[in-house]
Design a protein around this ligand. Structure first.
Ligand SMILES: [Zn+2]
Length: 389
């Protein structure tokens, strides 16, 4: 549901240098590189074949059923249907939750709408729908520190009805702790044009409470896309999609939108033949990299891995701490182990080789907040949430 972009892109800002840029992660890179474009193409064909998904149509219901079947097959069990009433008829958002290992009550929301207007909506928003499905499929067996909610909204084309309902009736009453809302809407590009750039969108609105965080996450998103795909990025502002109700409540948001704007959106010709599936594949790769980063994915399960022959116990205290932190590495081979403390953005704030079985750290330089302490060697990884007061 985007229509103003060409005019408004005039004030968009190109990325220069990125502050605090993260570096390429081999584990994330392997996940991105070890999948083919076949699945994303197949999903787009299936989405197109489901027909015109407008409010109250069997096609919309069939698409919901199709999504539920896919997530069930991936192995997800926490699948919720959020019902809302609009124009005297029920509509349904679909929410799939993946439990985080360190911050189970803090959510990375990856969302996009599955309803369409006047056509099959293969670009708007079959592309976002298929990409979210691919991220979910590939992350199902991977440990992430943060919980993830994969949300397929309905009623977007009728005026952000589904996402507004979700924010008002679920997010606000439960005081949901959201790390980032990552919205994907219409990223298919234009067949025949060079589709080599993706627009990363951020909160430039008033009130400006969440602007700085949104800028930081959007820079991170752009950086991940450049690390894990061949695409270039451009920064612009968020508008007219399902992140808006979250943004209005000062939640931190970011999003993706195509650089070459399709003229087929909301028409019967919004079809696979008029977009660029290779572009969607590249965006999927970048999105997977960014999602792994936002949710802080690990190669090893959190805790002591099976590779470790000693059943050692690592103690981190006091927690919460104000300044001093002691890490007790009982029976642990200290050689080749590293202590890593990261902030809620996933940025490293302290890195240190393990020298002693009793490591004492001075954390007086850290701002109050939630951090993650990781001790890792080539054979194991241990992570614990740390609160600095
Ligand atoms: Zn859309």
């Amino acid at each position: 549901m985007k229509s103003l972009k060409t005019f408004l892109t005039l004030i968009s800002i190109f990325i220069g240098t990125i502050v605090n840029a993260q570096s390429y992660n081999n584990f994330y890179g392997d996940i991105v590189n070890n999948y083919s474009s076949d699945t994303i193409h197949k999903y787009l064909v299936e989405f197109e074949n489901l027909g015109i998904k407008e409010h109250g149509t069997p096609a919309l219901q069939n698409t919901l059923d199709w999504l539920v079947e896919k997530y069930t097959n991936y192995g997800y069990s926490d699948i919720e249907i959020d019902t809302f009433n609009y124009a005297a008829q029920d509509d349904y958002n679909l929410i799939i939750t993946k439990q985080g290992s360190v911050y189970p009550n803090t959510y990375v929301i990856i969302d996009g709408h599955y309803d369409t207007r006047s056509g099959t909506g293969t670009n708007d928003n079959g592309t976002g729908t298929a990409i979210i499905m691919e991220v979910a499929r590939l992350l199902e067996n991977i440990t992430t520190e943060y919980s993830i909610k994969f949300i397929h909204f309905s009623g977007e084309e009728d005026g952000l009805i589904g996402s507004t309902n979700y924010v008002n009736n679920v997010v606000l009453p439960t005081n949901m702790d959201i790390k980032i809302v990552f919205n994907i809407d219409e990223v298919g590009g234009v067949n025949g044009l060079t589709n080599n750039t993706i627009v990363c969108e951020r909160d430039q609105s008033n009130p400006s409470v969440a602007n700085a965080s949104s800028y930081a996450y959007t820079d991170t998103l752009a950086n991940c896309i450049e690390l894990y795909s061949t695409l270039m990025t451009e920064i612009s502002y968020a508008y007219s999609s399902d992140y808006m109700p979250f943004q209005a409540q000062e939640k931190v948001i970011t999003g993706l939108y195509e650089k070459n704007e399709s003229t087929h959106a909301h028409t019967p010709s919004d079809s696979l033949g008029n977009m660029d599936t290779n572009y969607v594949y590249e965006i999927t790769q970048g999105t997977i990299g960014a999602s792994l980063y936002f949710a802080v994915a690990h190669e090893f399960p959190i805790g002591i891995s099976d590779l470790d022959p000693n059943n050692q116990t690592i103690k981190i205290y006091p927690n919460p701490t104000q300044k001093e932190l002691t890490i007790h590495l009982n029976k642990l081979e200290t050689q080749n182990s590293t202590i890593l403390i990261t902030n809620i953005l996933g940025e490293t704030v302290l890195q240190k080789e393990v020298e002693n079985k009793l490591e004492r750290l001075n954390l007086g330089f850290l701002a109050s907040g939630i951090y993650s302490v990781t001790i890792h060697s080539p054979n194991f990884r241990f992570t614990e949430k740390l609160i600095v007061q």
